[in-house]
Each structure stands twice: as structure tokens, then as C-alpha cells.
Write a protein that binds this ligand. Structure first.
Ligand code: NAD
Ligand code: IPM
Ligand code: MN
Length: 344
């Protein structure tokens, strides 16, 4: 019989609130014969204050034993910016080689977009997840003088680019429109940009059915607002991918509905699923957070583990829920979770 061993990391701020609803929907959608085992981990600000730890080798060993990880969000105003983000989240993505950071954007029927008209939005950003300016390469010198210097060096390997680009081509190939857009800034970041561009074209030889496009990241932000229908699959570097996926969320239903997967395609390590948003300290503890992004992330998790029918049911329930929102009063986090759990 089938089973899922799931590591659950609620984290900080609204993380706990949205993960509770995500798990509620997961429990509701799974058939009786699927054994779900969850283990909760207390990573985040509270543990950091109590122990000074963010993520230890022992933590990684424990996490590795699960089939997948569900994360709420990490980051808290009481901890210096970057300590948890780097020391927990990026450390985990790197340790488990989550090089495909998958961030779909779809404007569901009946959902209002801040964009004029009702544009067709259905694209997926394949964000590189282990390299770029995220590796921590850099430092400061002459600290405390007026000649202080800070560098953040973007690391780009042919190996790392090629594997994520190939993954993106394969995803484009499997979609009806078969279009892949490389987003970079090769007019300025010529070293990394030219490597990305060269590999993008070289790997494209293997995918003759996929049409390709290139946009500088600044122009990509224009088109994401004025012509989002031009995008099908986007492949991009870690930082550009971070930025454009918040924009993508904003134009396609809001940050409250944007899901993501940090995928290790080789399955050497468990993949991690999380909403695109953060811990939202401005609304934490008020039951105002929309749990839909987490619920959709649970859907991505189920799809990753081969539970296609259950993932489809989550998507269907979310579509219906979103379509029914117009003109109705806002609901609490728990009310939305209950409604989704009741309809999957
Ligand atoms: P954020 O995504 O937490 O919040 C941005 C805005 O979106 C806020 O106004 C917030 O209220 C709103 N928002 C976010 N999620 C929402 C939801 N589910 N429903 C309704 N509104 C929602 O980004 P931020 O303010 O830049 O970051 C806050 C903290 O979270 C920081 O410490 C940051 O480093 C961290 N962060 C963590 C992750 C993660 O764990 N993956 C992602 C992004 C940011
Ligand atoms: C995200 C977040 C993270 C990122 C931060 C918190 C490290 O913004 O998941 O989008 O930049 O990847
Ligand atoms: Mn982000």
C-alpha cells in the first residue's frame, strides 16, 4: 500500500497558520489506503533564539529520511535579516540540491487580475535554485571605514546551468505551446549571461519542437504586465527568478495563491514544497493569511510523489474556491482551509 512520510516545517509568522490548512487539505484529499506520516520540525526564529541553531547536520540527516518536505515560511523581524534565510532556507535548498525551483503562475477563471482586461496567464518559471548570487560568495573589506567594500559574486557553472536549462526544455516540450524563454541580463552581466545564452542554444538542439525566445530581465518585467500571454516556460537565474516570480504572483491572483516546489529531479534528496510568499510579519497571528498558496504547494507535492488524481482534485477545488470569491466578504485562513478541505 502507498504511504507518504512528510517532514513539516511551519516556520515563522504566518507559516504555522498556512501549513495547518495545507495539512488539513492533504489529509482530506488522500484516500484511506494511503498512510500519511508527518513529523513536525521546529526550525525558525524560536529555535534560533533558544539554541542559536538554524539547521544542523543532524537535522539534515533526519530530513533526508522523508519523502518530501512541506515548508510554511522562514524569517522573523527579531532575527537579523539573512540569518534564517541563509542559515536555514538556502542551506537546505543547497544541501538537498534543489536546483529546479518550480513556480507556476496561472490566472484561474473568475479571478481578477490587476492587469487590464482578462489576460491569459498560464506560465511556469523554472528558477535555478542552487547558484547565482545566492551562494554567499563575497564579503566585505575595510569595514568601518569610508572605503568599505562589499561584493556578492554570482556563481554560474556550466553543469548547473545545463541541468536546469534541460529540465526547462523538457517541461516546455510537454506543454501544448512548447515555448521556452530565457530571461537574463546578457547585455550587462556578460560573463554569466553569455554562458547561459550559449548553453540555452546548445541544449535547444535536443528539443527541435520547442520554440525559444530571449528577454533581458528588465524587459521581461514589462511583458509580464503588458503581455503575460507571451510566456509559456521561463528559465532564469536564481535572483532574477526570485524577483520575477513575486511579480508573476501579483499579476496572476496575488501572492496568497502562488505555489512553488524546490525540486531535486534525481530524487537523491527529498524535494521541498512551499508558498512563494514569506512569513508576512505584518499579518501574522491575525488569521488573514490566504492558505491557498500552501494548499497549491501541497498539490505540487502530491504530483511530484505520483498522486496525480489527488493533485488534480486540489487544483479543481482551488479553482472553484477562487471563482466563488468575487463580491463575497473576505474569509479567515481557517475558513478558506475548511472550505477547501470540504471540497477536495
Ligand atoms: P512576504 O511574502 O512575507 O510579504 C509580502 C507581502 O505579502 C506582505 O504585505 C504580506 O502580508 C503579504 N502576504 C504574504 N503572504 C500572504 C498570504 N498568504 N496571504 C495574504 N497576504 C500575504 O515578504 P517580505 O515581507 O519581504 O518578507 C517577510 C519575511 O519572510 C522576511 O524575513 C523574508 O526574508 C522572509 N521570506 C521567507 C520566504 C520563505 O520562507 N520561503 C519567502 C519570502 C520571504
Ligand atoms: C523565496 C524567498 C527566498 C529566496 C529568501 C527568503 C531566501 O524570497 O523563496 O522566494 O530569495 O529564494
Ligand atoms: Mn522570494
Amino acid at each position: 500500500s502507498r504511504s507518504i512520510s512528510l517532514a513539516v516545517i511551519p516556520g515563522d509568522g504566518i507559516g504555522q497558520e498556512v501549513v495547518t490548512e495545507g495539512l488539513k487539505v492533504l489529509a482530506a484529499v488522500l484516500p484511506q489506503d494511503v498512510k500519511l506520516e508527518t513529523k513536525e520540525y521546529d526550525f525558525g526564529a524560536k529555535r534560533y533564539h533558544a539554541t542559536g541553531q538554524t539547521l544542523t547536520d543532524d537535522d539534515l540527516t533526519q530530513l533526508k529520511a522523508h519523502d518530501a518536505i512541506l515548508l510554511g515560511a522562514i524569517g522573523d523581524p527579531s532575527v537579523p535579516s539573512g540569518v534564517l534565510e541563509r542559515g536555514f532556507l538556502l542551506k537546505l535548498r543547497f544541501a538537498f540540491d534543489h536546483h529546479v525551483n518550480l513556480r507556476p503562475s496561472k490566472l484561474f477563471p473568475g479571478v481578477s487580475s490587476p492587469l487590464a482586461g482578462s489576460p491569459e496567464i498560464d506560465f511556469v518559471v523554472v528558477r535555478e535554485g542552487t547558484e547565482g548570487p545566492y551562494t554567499g560568495n563575497g564579503g566585505t573589506i575595510r569595514t568601518g571605514t569610508e572605503h568599505e567594500v562589499a561584493t556578492e559574486v554570482s556563481l554560474n557553472t556550466a553543469f548547473g546551468i545545463e541541468r536546469v536549462v534541460r529540465d526547462a526544455y523538457a517541461r516546455a516540450q510537454a506543454r501544448p505551446r512548447k515555448k521556452l524563454t530565457l530571461v537574463h541580463k546578457n547585455n550587462v552581466l556578460v560573463h554569466a549571461g553569455h554562458l547561459w545564452t550559449r548553453i540555452f542554444h546548445a541544449v535547444g538542439e535536443e528539443f527541435p519542437q520547442v520554440s525559444t525566445d530571449y528577454l533581458h530581465v528588465d524587459a521581461a518585467t514589462i511583458f509580464m504586465v503588458t503581455q503575460p500571454e507571451r510566456f509559456d516556460v521561463i528559465v532564469t537565474d536564481n535572483l532574477f527568478g526570485d524577483i520575477i516570480t513575486d511579480l508573476a504572483a501579483a499579476v496572476s491572483g496575488g501572492i496568497g495563491v502562488a505555489a512553488s516546489g524546490n525540486i531535486n529531479p534525481s530524487r537523491d534528496f527529498p524535494s521541498m514544497f512551499e508558498p512563494v510568499h514569506g512569513s508576512a510579519p505584518d499579518i501574522a497571528g491575525q488569521s488573514k493569511a490566504d492558505p491557498t498558496a500552501t494548499v497549491l504547494s501541497v498539490g505540487l507535492l502530491l504530483r511530484h510523489l505520483g498522486f496525480e488524481a489527488e493533485a488534480d482534485r486540489i487544483d479543481t477545488a482551488v479553482h472553484a474556491d477562487l471563482a466563488g470569491r468575487a463580491g463575497r466578504p473576505a474569509r479567515s485562513t481557517v475558513e478558506i482551509g475548511d472550505a477547501l478541505a470540504a471540497s477536495v
